[in-house]
Design a binder for this molecule. Structure first.
Ligand SMILES: Nc1ncnc2c1ncn2[C@@H]1O[C@H](COP(=O)(O)OP(=O)(O)OP(=O)(O)O)[C@@H](O)[C@H]1O
Ligand SMILES: [Mg+2]
Length: 401
């Protein structure tokens, strides 16, 4: 088999080409190229075969977290202040489509007429989504999420300005106290990143079972078991969703059940599990404010055929705390190290406790992280996380949280 054929075969198998093959192909050009030419060819070839091709250079800009290609070939990037147009760039339809198909292969997935979208993970932890027309207007659309803040634990995120010292201490206590919680926020607010860092704080004696649609949570912990969903095959068979995976996870003796992103009918299994002795469960949930969380659970529960009453009666005992994140693009916030700079304006804005009040569930503010103020549910929070009263004394409101 020729080297090109070997590379193509590996891509078709979803394994990606061997870096040595890329070097060999570049070196074969060396007769004509000379040493510098080989280096340039190697870089170009590596990015064309192993990397993001025409989008590769965005990976070198450490501020870029999202690279998006729209159906008209326009390229958009998020560098911490919302999406902006990369004015100098335009991909033609053929290039965008070829890139999407190749990246799908690198992620071990297919992208063609019979499987017209892909949601997968590229080498380096980049999350890939691509969808083909006619499901989307115009040409192929690509969405790439580049992980930037690594899960080196909470201290690392504090250094990036995601929260202050008091919030860090409260978050540590949240994990240590085996309280069940959800990390909430809008799109790209840092939910997955913060959850991974929180899980890295789980004691090594506990077994974490993570359930995800696409493997994304980068958890630094010695005992993590990962379950991942899969799509249907060409005959439309074999799809495995999060509902099945949460059920399987519960049979695998989890000390911590983690649902990477709660977004569908799996909420029923999750609520049931957390109500029946599985302490310390957690996940992320898309919500624009902590106050919206009960309504979000209600809506997801409805997808699983649960009545409002059933969801709300389980929710407050299943999920005790809400950690809410907010993006404040360009705002340095109360802590000069954070804001729109290093953390891209991604900050913990509040910690809340879910309380059952008559027939309703409310998210009650326990700690306003932006102003470092304890809220009305501060004492409840301290009770829940089992903090030693002395070490978790409510701070004065003027300090950064
Ligand atoms: N504190 C931080 N400092 C710098 N970059 C960060 C920080 N937190 C998250 N990021 C980056 O922001 C991007 C979005 O983060 P993440 O994927 O955690 O958000 P999310 O809320 O889970 O997004 P989604 O809504 O798509 O699930 C990622 O590239 C991540 O590396
Ligand atoms: Mg996420």
């Amino acid at each position: 088999m020729t080297q090109d054929a070997q590379i193509a075969a590996r891509i078709r198998q979803g394994r990606g080409p061997d870096a040595r093959l890329v070097e060999a192909v570049a070196a074969a050009d060396g007769v004509r190229l000379g040493r510098q030419g080989i280096q340039a060819a190697r870089a170009a070839l590596a990015s064309e075969v192993l990397g993001l091709g025409p989008l590769q250079h965005w990976l070198d800009d450490l501020a870029v977290t999202d690279v998006l290609v729209n159906g008209d070939g326009s390229v958009w990037v998020d560098r911490g202040a919302g999406v902006e147009r990369a004015a100098a760039e335009q991909l033609d339809d053929r290039t965008a489509r070829r890139l999407a198909v190749r990246l799908a292969g690198l992620a071990g997935r297919r992208l063609d007429e019979s499987q017209p979208w892909v949601d997968g993970l590229l080498p380096g932890g980049i999350r890939l989504h691509a969808i083909l027309p006619p499901l989307v207007e115009g040409g192929v659309h690509l969405s790439l999420r580049v992980p930037r803040a690594r899960a080196d634990g909470l201290a690392a995120l504090r250094r990036l300005g995601m929260f202050g010292a008091v919030t860090e201490q409260l978050l540590r206590q949240l994990v240590r106290g085996r309280t069940s919680f959800v990390v909430t926020g809008g799109t790209g607010s840092g939910k997955t990143t913060l959850l991974a860092a929180l899980l890295s704080e789980v004691p090594a004696t506990q077994r974490i079972v993570v359930v995800e649609d696409v493997r994304e949570l980068a958890v630094d912990h010695p005992h993590v078991v990962r379950l991942q969903g899969r799509g249907a095959n060409v005959e439309g068979q074999g799809a495995v969703d999060l509902v099945d995976l949460v059920r399987q996870a519960l049979r695998m003796r989890p000390d911590r059940l983690v649902v990477g992103e709660v977004r569908g009918a799996e909420v029923r299994e999750m609520l049931a599990a957390l109500n029946t002795g599985h302490d310390g469960g957690c996940g992320t949930l898309h919500a624009n404010s902590a106050r919206d969380v009960p309504a979000r659970f209600e809506a997801l529960g409805a997808l699983a055929g649960m009545s409002r009453h059933a969801v709300l009666s389980q929710l407050s005992s299943a999920v005790q705390v809400v950690v809410h994140l907010q993006r404040t693009a360009g705002d340095a916030g109360e802590d000069a190290r954070g804001g729109g700079g290093v953390a891209g304006g991604r900050r913990v804005s509040s910690l809340s406790v879910l309380r059952r009040v008559e027939q309703e569930v409310h998210a009650c503010l326990a700690f306003d992280a932006a102003r470092a103020c304890p809220g009305q549910a501060w004492d409840d929070f301290i009770d829940l996380v089992g903090g030693a009263a002395g070490s978790l004394e409510a701070p004065g409101c003027s300090q950064p949280g």
